[in-house]
Each structure stands twice: as structure tokens, then as C-alpha cells.
Design a protein around this ligand. Structure first.
Ligand code: FAD
Ligand code: NAI
Length: 329
């Protein structure tokens, strides 16, 4: 019997690898510490509907990724988003329309990963704390002390800081993952009963506490009568306020938002904050994916490439390619 390949992480990188290996006829078993798939493409369900607190949209510059996106569009999993785009420089708002194609999953960002997961075997609420190799096969240990396995290979598809300890069987890979610095992002969602009196749907902000704001329901497929706004703080501000409590973060970023828009902001009916500790690598890499084929240990994730949705998907494809190549050698 063929032992499955363990994939730790059901963000886009892990699912991209899982799909490719499944299509090649190999059994996979996925694990995630969270309650569902999506990772940093997850959406928060709330009384005001689903809110995209992590990735906001994605672009497709790579030919292979564009082909995948077209396929997803044909399935109805993603759609183009055409926001009324603005930029803010030195506090000055100005329209900033461009011709860049931007995509979102529908009806919420997490839906793409949910579709890619399909009915692949997965265990949620399962934080893997150790991966070790016996004489021939891999075993995983979770934080509850449960053992999982045997597996023919292990793919670590978590953010780099969480990957390094899982890669300890291959010290050079562990060191490479440990060398990646990942920046935090504070994200805030605000919902209102009435539309805000502003023309913009999304805005790139420079040189301020905020980095990005978007009207969530301007994305296609969001069926809601609520006015939903997502605010992202810059990496610098997020790092400087990393241990602030959520209420204080919301108050400060709410104030920045009101100042940015310069319009009357009614009381919010819902205010929530989420701290992404490892939101983006401080710099892009060209690693594709990490592999020690003879050991059967692999790693992928956005941190191996561009630190974006596209990079995560491409890294997952690359790790699967490396694993298949080693197997066929
Ligand atoms: P992740 O999505 O982080 O997936 C890793 C998974 O591993 C998670 O589900 C996690 O729960 C799981 N995990 C971790 N440790 C363990 C463990 N020990 N055991 C089991 N499971 C574990 N990209 C864009 O292209 N456009 C954007 O607009 C954009 N905006 C962003 C805004 C924010 C606030 C953030 C945080 C990210 C944004 N990104 C954006 C980046 C994008 O979200 C990521 O590049 C991409 O989603 C990363 O996918 P991944 O699979 O590599 O990692
Ligand atoms: P993109 O090409 O739309 O944006 C790249 C960057 O170019 C933007 O961040 C912005 O600074 C600038 N830009 C693009 N169009 C602009 C316009 N019309 N007016 C003014 N500035 C403009 O998308 P790409 O390259 O796919 O990047 C994805 C987005 O995800 C970026 O905004 C990036 O900052 C964001 N991101 C956020 C993360 C986080 O943790 N907060 C992590 C990873 C990505």
C-alpha cells in the first residue's frame, strides 16, 4: 500500500501542492491548526456578513497562474474586481485608476481554498509540532501528543517562522526558513448601517498608519446590505503597536480612517481587529520551494517567492513538481 504524503497547512500553497499531487494519482493527507482552510486568504464570518480580513485581491502575472485563474473563473470560484481605486499621499486623496486586472474569490476570499480542498482528506484543529523520520517513513506529532502516520513524505506549507521547527530533520532547510523575516499586519473591520459618503472603494495609502482601506462589499458576489470596510495598518505601524490591545488598535485606526476619508463617519455597528503576526515576508525570494528529495522533506509557501497569493500558488506547484521529479528519478 502507498503511504500518503502529509501536507501541513491548508493555505493556498498547501492546497496548490495537494491538488497537483492528487491529480498525479498520489494520496495526500492535509493538516491545519485552524478550524478551516484558507490561512491568510481566510474570511471572518460576522453579524455583518463575511469579511476578508487577510488577502484583499490578487493579480496574475505568471502565465501558469493566469491559466489557473481562468479555470477558476470558468468554475465561478473567482471574479474580477473593479474598485473605484484611490491613493493617498501626504494625506491627499486622489483617484488612481489603472488597467491592472485584480481578482477576488467569490463569495468570500476563503472560498477559493475551500473549493480547492474539495473532498481531500484533512484534519483541522490539529497543530503539528514535530515531524520525524523513522527507518523508512515519516510520523507527525501534534500539540495534543497524538501521533499521525506513516507518511511517505512531508510537505511543510506554513509561514516560514512556523516551518523552521518542523524542518529540523533537514538543518539547512530549517536554517533557510529561519532566515526569513515576516512582517505583521493589524487588520480592522468596521461595519455601518448606512453607506459612507465617499466615492472610493479602495485606497493605497502611503506614509501613514494605514496602508490600505477597502469597501468589502464592492467586491463581486458579496450579498449584504451592510457597509463593510477593511483597514490594514502598515508593517511599520503594526510592528510598533504589536502588543496593543484590540480595542486600542481599533480606536486608533478608526481615527486614521475618518481623517483619511474626511467625511462624516457614523457609529460603527461592528468593530473587530485581527493581528496577523506573519503577514508578509520582509523581502521576496526566488527559491520556488525547498526540497530534500532523498529525505522526503519539502517546504513551500509565499515566502519562497513573492509573498503574495500568486507566489503561494506557484510555490505549491513547484514543491509538487520537485516531489514528482524525485519519485520518477
Ligand atoms: P498561509 O495562507 O499562511 O497558510 C499556512 C497555513 O498553515 C495556515 O492555514 C495555518 O493555519 C497553517 N499552519 C501553520 N502552522 C501550522 C502547524 N504547526 N500545524 C498545522 N497547520 C499550521 N496577497 C496578495 O496577493 N494580495 C493581497 O491583497 C494580500 N493582502 C494581504 C493582507 C494581509 C493582512 C495578509 C496577512 C496577507 C496578504 N496577502 C496578500 C498575502 C497572501 O495572503 C499570502 O501570500 C498567501 O495567502 C499565503 O499562502 P500560504 O499558503 O503560503 O500561507
Ligand atoms: P498591485 O499591483 O495592485 O499592487 C502592488 C503595489 O503597487 C501596491 O501595494 C501599491 O503600493 C502599488 N499600486 C498598485 N496600483 C496602484 C494604483 N492604482 N495607485 C497607487 N498605487 C498602486 O498588486 P500585487 O502586486 O498583486 O500586490 C498585492 C497587494 O497585496 C499589494 O497591495 C500588497 O501591498 C498587498 N499585500 C499585503 C500584505 C499584508 O500583509 N498586508 C501581504 C502581501 C501583499
Amino acid at each position: 500500500m502507498q503511504h500518503p504524503i502529509a501536507i501541513i497547512g491548508t493555505g493556498l500553497a498547501g492546497l496548490s501542492a495537494a491538488r497537483r499531487l492528487h491529480e498525479a494519482g498520489l494520496p495526500v493527507q492535509l493538516f491545519d491548526k485552524s478550524r478551516g482552510s484558507g490561512g491568510r486568504m481566510s474570511s471572518k464570518r460576522s453579524d455583518c456578513g463575511s469579511l476578508d480580513l487577510g488577502a484583499q485581491y490578487f493579480t496574475a502575472r505568471d502565465r501558469h497562474f493566469s491559466t489557473a485563474v481562468q479555470h477558476w473563473q470558468a468554475q465561478g470560484w473567482v471574479a474580477p474586481w473593479l474598485p473605484r481605486l484611490y491613493q493617498a499621499r501626504q494625506g491627499q486623496l486622489s483617484p488612481s485608476a489603472d488597467s491592472q486586472e485584480r481578482w477576488v474569490a467569490t463569495p468570500r476570499m476563503s472560498a477559493l481554498c475551500r473549493q480547492l480542498l474539495g473532498d481531500l482528506p484533512v484534519q483541522f484543529d490539529c497543530r503539528i509540532s514535530e515531524a520525524f523520520r523513522g527507518s523508512q517513513h515519516w510520523q507527525l506529532l501534534d500539540s495534543q501528543g497524538n501521533s499521525h502516520g506513516p507518511f511517505s513524505a512531508v510537505i511543510v506549507a506554513t509561514p516560514a517562522p512556523q516551518a523552521s521547527s518542523l524542518l529540523s530533520a533537514a538543518p539547512s532547510m530549517a536554517a533557510q526558513a529561519a532566515s526569513v523575516v515576516m512582517e505583521p499586519t493589524w487588520a480592522v473591520a468596521l461595519c455601518f448601517d448606512e453607506p459612507l459618503d465617499t466615492a472610493l472603494d479602495a485606497c493605497f495609502v502611503q506614509d501613514q498608519a494605514l496602508d490600505w482601506v477597502a469597501r468589502n462589499q464592492s467586491k463581486p458576489g458579496r450579498e449584504t446590505h451592510h457597509e463593510q470596510w477593511i483597514l490594514h495598518a502598515s508593517s511599520t505601524w503594526s510592528r510598533a503597536h504589536i502588543d496593543l490591545d484590540k480595542t486600542a488598535v481599533i480606536d486608533l485606526l478608526h481615527g486614521e480612517f475618518a481623517e483619511l476619508l474626511g467625511c462624516r463617519i457614523p457609529p460603527a455597528t461592528l468593530r473587530l481587529a485581527h493581528r496577523w503576526l506573519y503577514s508578509r515576508p520582509a523581502q521576496a525570494h526566488q527559491w520556488g520551494a525547498l526540497a530534500q528529495g532523498e529525505l522526503g522533506l519539502y517546504a513551500c509557501g509565499d515566502w519562497c517567492l513573492s509573498g503574495r497569493v500568486e507566489g503561494a500558488w506557484l510555490s505549491g506547484q513547484e514543491v509538487a513538481r520537485k516531489l514528482l521529479e524525485h519519485r520518477d528519478a
